[in-house]
Structures are given as structure tokens and as C-alpha cells.
Write a protein of this length. Structure first.
Length: 164
């Protein structure tokens, strides 16, 4: 999936998290930012990705060590991040949004023909029975649908206040 699709899914995750936890404005902005970053984070192994271009050197070494869509798209990687965040006593709403952001990335990549090495280092590609080409019509429609969903969740309280 394209970076745009991942980022819009991150946006939706962030919007759902602030809706669930009723966070204040500052926390909400942080939650949304973290959600979008973590939804792009697994592609750090890809030098051409949105996040890989920002961290070229790191991206190069990760790719050299593990290859694309392996370690950073695995249950192992997500578990390590959870442990680290837990160790530094990250507030629950940040923790949840980061985990869901990363999971959303992995799940979306499971919808592509290449799949992901979710059980890395076990070399099995995990993907859904139905897959779509990156940058194809489904990918682009998904990006729009997710953005609309995120906008709806985000503005839902205001809309309710206006009409009811
Ligand atoms: Zn990916």
C-alpha cells in the first residue's frame, strides 16, 4: 500500500483513540501525530518510503540487516516496541495508538500480493486471500475512504452538537 493509505489509516486510528479516551487538545494532537508516524514506521526498511527518505542511513542499515517487509513488519518488532514503551511508562492512550498504528500498517500490507513476514524470523509470507496492487484503484479508494472515516470520527461530536 502507498504511504498515503498507511497515513490515512493512522489518522483514523488516532481519531478513534482520542474519541475513546476523550483526551484534551494537546494530548489529542500528540495522539494523532504518533498514530500517523507509527502507521508509517514499519516502512523504515524501505529507502524510498515516506519515512525511509527522512532516515536514510537508519533505513539503509535496517534493509541491509533484515530486508524489506520482514523484521519491521513482524510481531517480534511490534512486541519489542511495546516492551520499550511500557518500560518508559508511556501513557496508555499513546501506547494504544502506536500499537494500533503499526498493526494497521502490517494488516494493510497483508492486503498486497507480496504479503508480510509477520512471524519473522520464520520465513512465511502472511497475506489475505484477497490482495490488491499497491497504487492501484483499491489502494487509492481505500486511502480516500479511510480519510473520510477519520474526518467523520474526528468531527462527529461537533456534528452531533450542531444537529441535536
Ligand atoms: Zn510496509
Amino acid at each position: 500500500m502507498t504511504g498515503k493509505t498507511h497515513a490515512s489509516c493512522g489518522l483514523l486510528v488516532g481519531a478513534l483513540t482520542i474519541e475513546y479516551f476523550h483526551t484534551d487538545l494537546f494530548t489529542s494532537i500528540t495522539v494523532i501525530t504518533l498514530a500517523v508516524i507509527s502507521s508509517l514506521l514499519p516502512d523504515i526498511c524501505h529507502a524510498q518510503s515516506k519515512i525511509g527518505r527522512r532516515f536514510k542511513v537508519l533505513s539503509f542499515f535496517i534493509r541491509l540487516l533484515f530486508g524489506h517487509r520482514t523484521f519491521t513488519h513482524s510481531l517480534l518488532f511490534i512486541s519489542i516496541i511495546i516492551c520499550l514503551l511500557y518500560a518508559i511508562q508511556t501513557p496508555i492512550y499513546y501506547l494504544i495508538t502506536i500499537i494500533l498504528g503499526m498493526l494497521s500498517h502490517v494488516i494493510l500490507d497483508m492486503l498486497t500480493p507480496r504479503g508480510v513476514k509477520f512471524l519473522y524470523p520464520i520465513p512465511i509470507s502472511v497475506k489475505f486471500p484477497l490482495v490488491f496492487k499497491t497504487g492501484g484503484l483499491v489502494d487509492l479508494s481505500l486511502a480516500s475512504a479511510l480519510t473520510i472515516g477519520a474526518t467523520y470520527v474526528f468531527f462527529q461530536p461537533f456534528i452531533k452538537q450542531l444537529f441535536f
